[in-house]
Design a protein around this ligand. Structure first.
Ligand SMILES: [Zn+2]
Length: 155
């Protein structure tokens, strides 16, 4: 079974990068330790945390993971390695804001919503079922891939 996660409030950047590679990571910037603890316990999510106090809680002992680095690049590398995540397998399959799985939509339905150049040159569009934002291949995606390659030392 695929691991699912919840990141503590200090790990926003890590959560974003994990979503980029398609890992299901809940993240709330204003969440209390108690809430993280409860949500993780009831949903089977693994807590990613920089906080050893959170890990010491009895109900979280089995399902928390200590992130030992300060920088998101090192954090991402640590998590990907520890959980044997294939960073290419589910790349760009999640909404980066909502953590929901993106779905393909008909090109025609984005006609009024995306820049004309984008509409004319691309055929594959996805949307988030929650925030309805559209996703397509663009330069920023290539930049993310380049950054990922650097961070994870991929070829
Ligand atoms: Zn969304």
């Amino acid at each position: 079974m695929k691991n699912i996660f919840i990141a503590d409030a200090m790990l926003g950047k890590l959560a974003k990068w994990m979503r980029i590679i398609g890992c299901d990571v809940e993240y709330f910037p204003e969440i209390s330790d108690n809430e993280i603890s409860e949500r993780a316990y009831h949903s089977g999510r693994i807590i990613l945390t920089r906080d050893t106090m959170l890990i010491r809680r009895k109900i979280n002992r089995e399902n928390s993971f200590f992130v030992k680095y300060d920088h998101y690049q090192d954090q991402l590398k640590q998590v990907v390695k520890a959980f044997s995540i294939d960073p290419k397998e589910n790349l760009f399959t999640l909404c980066l804001l909502c953590n929901k799985k993106l779905i393909y939509i008909d090109k025609i339905s984005v006609a009024d919503s995306v820049p004309e150049y984008v509409y004319c040159t691309l055929d594959n569009f996805k949307t988030c079922p929650s925030c309805k934002r559209f996703y397509w291949n663009a330069t920023h995606k290539n930049n993310m891939v380049e950054q990922l390659k650097k961070i994870l030392e991929l070829n």
